[in-house]
Design a protein around this ligand. Structure first.
Ligand code: TYD
Ligand code: MG
Length: 471
């Protein structure tokens, strides 16, 4: 038996140090070092089962001309879930390691079990360290009442030791492996507790090696800490090929699957699901559900044409502006960055002369989704002023433009797609930036708005937009 060896790991970024440090030299965080036992057993360890990060790979490759590399067209596996395929960039890539993060209770296990059960043609191994067989069965029953037939290809394994998991994998030879969750796994090559930095790193390294060598895709479910980071070292995100985030407001039914990193596709893709009593349902036309049903125009409500990934989406933004009862006005935004809201308010105050400094301002994006697209700026500004002045914005009007600090209306990308979506949903006019209109004839062919029946209103300054809207 070798001598017990310990090392210190930064709990925030995974930096390893032989001695304790107050401040991490890698991520500059204070007081994040924790001692972990890293002693390795010195028995003979079979090949990919011992892919410890501390042992360097033995295989040596020779340099190859890039033109000589034989490229096999990746045969992506298509799942029945179209949203999932799109977020992954067109299906599952063989041998890829995908991490799915999300807050507890958001529906990660449900999403993956549903996926595992809906691929009867493939042998899927669902490894759970969190729930018992019976608990999983109960969930499976809920997801599809005839799980016995549909789930024919889905095997459940409740196990936390990676060595045992690999033993079972060798026997079963699955086409796809799901691990729920990476923080519960335990490798006997490392002595620290499950969930610690060195364990998470070791287990991920073993699974990575397995995925690459057998071309079996592996999905890892990962917990998220309070501040929204995937628990465990940041290094985990570097090791895997794809990082997906499952998010949403737990009190709303909508859930969003977002690609944060993707080696095999775009990282701005987004899938939308609805959490029902019988599992998750794909939402293929998000605009229709994100617009609330209204009979007549209400002040403080506007619609913006946003773009998430490649998909245009119309969302409703609501503002409430009221005189503050206390000294310090309240500012709160749901689904939108508060800093950006403060910036919008400052622009409205300075450039348009609205006295918002003494007002409480609340912003809300309906459906409980978060929007980062700056194209909702103009719509939000209009909602704020509409509420402030108590003048409703016309019913069939929507917006797609960014607001600059000097009050200028800035152009946004893919304007044609946004206009087309607005038209499809029956809007009659859309406010866009004047700078989205091609100045010379050169882009005319690409950006020809005359083919739209919706009225396109180009504006250059915020005052101009408000004059047209509120007179
Ligand atoms: P779960 O997948 O256990 O979340 P996670 O693995 O991310 O922690 O989801 C739990 C929540 O989902 C729970 O509050 C109940 C709800 N749920 C439904 O609404 N419908 C369903 O069909 C299932 C299985 C769960
Ligand atoms: Mg779970």
């Amino acid at each position: 038996m070798a001598k017990t060896k310990t090392s210190y790991f930064c709990q925030s970024c995974g930096y390893e140090s032989p001695k304790w440090l107050g401040k991490c030299p890698s991520c500059q965080e204070w007081n994040t070092f924790v001692e972990e036992i890293i002693e390795k057993s010195n028995g003979s360890i079979p090949d990919w089962k011992a892919a410890s990060t501390s042992t360097s790979m033995q295989r040596s490759n020779k340099p190859v001309l890039v033109s000589d590399v034989v490229f096999e067209e990746d045969h992506r596996m298509l799942t029945p879930d179209k949203e999932f395929n799109r977020v992954l960039g067109g299906g599952i890539v063989p041998g890829s390691l995908v991490l799915i993060g999300g807050e507890p209770g958001i529906g990660k296990s449900t999403l993956m079990l549903q996926l595992a059960m809906n691929m009867p043609a493939l042998k899927v191994l669902y490894v759970s360290g969190e729930e018992s067989d019976r608990q999983i069965k109960m969930r499976a029953e809920r997801l599809s009442p005839n799980a016995g037939k549909a789930g024919g290809g889905c095997f459940i394994l409740t196990e936390t030791s990676t060595q045992n998991i690999f033993k079972q994998i060798e026997q079963l030879q699955p086409d796809l492996v799901v691990v729920d969750s990476i923080q519960t796994l335990y490798s006997s090559h490392i002595e620290s507790t499950p969930g610690s930095v060195s364990q998470v790193r070791e287990c991920t390294a073993e699974l990575l090696k397995f995925a690459k060598e057998t071309a079996t895709p592996v999905f890892l479910i990962g917990h998220i800490t309070k501040d929204g980071m995937i628990a465990g070292p940041k290094i985990l995100e570097h090791m895997v090929d794809t990082v997906l985030q499952f998010e949403g407001d737990r009190h709303h039914v909508y859930r969003i699957l977002r690609a944060i990193k993707n080696r095999f596709g775009s990282a701005s893709e987004l899938g939308i699901y609805e959490m029902l009593g019988e599992g998750l349902r794909e939402v293929s036309n998000p605009s229709e559900i994100l617009l609330s049903q209204r009979e007549e125009p209400i002040s403080g409500v506007t619609i913006s044409a946003t773009l998430e990934g490649v998909r245009p989406m119309l969302i409703e933004t609501q503002a409430l502006v009221s005189t503050s009862a206390y000294g310090t006005p309240q500012r709160s935004a749901t689904g939108f960055d508060t800093k950006r809201m403060n910036m919008l308010l400052a622009v409205l105050e300075k450039r348009c002369g609205f006295r918002l400094g003494t007002q409480d301002v609340f912003l809300n994006i309906t459906g409980g989704i978060r929007v980062e697209d700056p194209a909702i700026d103009l719509g939000l500004a209009a909602a704020i002023i509409s509420s402030h002045q108590d003048i409703p914005v016309p019913f069939k009007t929507c917006f797609a433009a960014e607001l600059g600090l000097s009050g200028e209306i800035r152009a946004v990308n893919k304007i044609e797609q946004r206009i087309a979506e607005a038209q499809k949903l029956g809007f009659e006019e859309i406010y866009i930036s004047k700078y989205n209109i091609p100045s010379a004839a050169k882009d005319k062919k690409m950006l020809d708005f005359s083919r739209f029946s919706i009225k396109v209103i180009p504006v250059a300054r915020i005052e101009e937009a408000f004059n047209l809207l509120f007179g």
